[in-house]
Design a protein around this ligand. Structure first.
Ligand SMILES: Nc1ncnc2c1ncn2[C@@H]1O[C@H](COP(=O)(O)OP(=O)(O)OP(=O)(O)O)[C@@H](O)[C@H]1O
Length: 263
């Protein structure tokens, strides 16, 4: 059981001067895909870092499964926008690293790395070094490194933010296929409203700083009722009236926050 729960979480920085999060209550069910959207600086990344165990609440608790998060752990894989590959290791070695740390036998490691390399479309680049790849390719390696571990919890902070538009679509479609076939508990931070609606079961909208949960939109029930899953292409889903309706609702909600910030 790998739910994530934020229980009355407050977070301040700078000795209490910057209040980033204000009383966050948020429950992500086991195998649920939750996206968080919100204005810049509202505390999205802070939420993810709390779940990862890189930061700790000023008050309240963050739980993964039934345990309070006290440190990072192998049950949670994190993908940031800023990929952090080891420059002296090849693509295959970078992807394989976590499997080595988990003492996965060599033959299985090879098979899983080969599958992951195929998934991200980098067959033929296994022996390349990061500096020989474009930024988008490097980010795909970073994503493969997280997927290959098959963690219970995936924490993703704008993982497709730096990709070109075409690669981004391929990765989004692939993530949907993976997420439906082999569901994991996912917390996904994004600025992209369409991306959030396309990928997530529910979308949480945050207020401007100090961040609170403003509303949570249930996408899954609409997706299932309207048969989005019968369509394999993102552009076909995005054309559906039910998709446009949800997207517009979230846009408006976010706009209220942005225009409020100008006053
Ligand atoms: N280590 C830190 N020290 C001081 N302030 C911080 C720290 N980390 C975050 N903050 C502040 O907390 C607030 C929330 O930051 P956070 O990065 O979580 O926002 P965000 O919603 O992810 O922003 P963006 O969408 O622009 O990436 C911001 O005002 C930020 O400046």
């Amino acid at each position: 059981m790998s739910s994530i729960r934020f229980d009355a979480v407050n977070k301040t920085f700078g000795g209490g001067q910057v209040k980033a999060l204000d009383d966050i209550d948020l429950a992500i069910a086991d195998k649920e895909f939750m996206a968080i959207v919100g204005p810049s600086g509202c505390g999205k990344t802070t939420c993810l870092r709390l779940a990862a165990g890189f930061e700790f609440p000023s008050s309240g608790r963050v739980l993964v499964g039934n345990s309070e998060v006290k440190e990072p752990g192998p049950d949670r894989a994190v993908v940031f926008q800023q990929f952090a590959l080891f420059p002296w290791k090849t693509v295959a070695e970078n992807i394989e690293l976590g499997l080595r740390n988990k003492n996965v036998p060599r033959a299985e490691r090879r098979a899983r790395v080969a599958e992951a390399v195929g998934m991200i479309g980098l067959k033929g680049y296994e022996e390349a070094y990061p500096h020989q790849l474009s930024g988008g390719m490097q980010q795909r390696v970073a994503i493969a490194r997280a997927y290959v571990l098959d963690p219970q919890v995936l924490l993703m902070d704008e993982p497709f933010g730096a990709l070109d538009a075409q690669t981004r679509v391929v990765m989004q479609e692939e993530l949907v296929r993976l997420a439906r076939r082999n569901p994991r508990t996912v917390l996904f931070i994004t600025h992209g409203v369409e991306e959030a609606v396309y990928l997530a079961d529910r979308v949480a909208v945050m207020t401007r700083r100090p961040g609170r949960i403003k509303e949570i939109i249930d996408v899954k029930s609409v997706r299932e009722a309207e048969g989005w899953e019968k369509l394999s292409r993102i552009e076909d889903v995005m054309d559906l009236e039910s998709f446009v309706h949800l997207r517009t609702h979230i846009w408006k909600s976010l706009r209220e926050e942005k225009s409020g910030a100008e006053h």
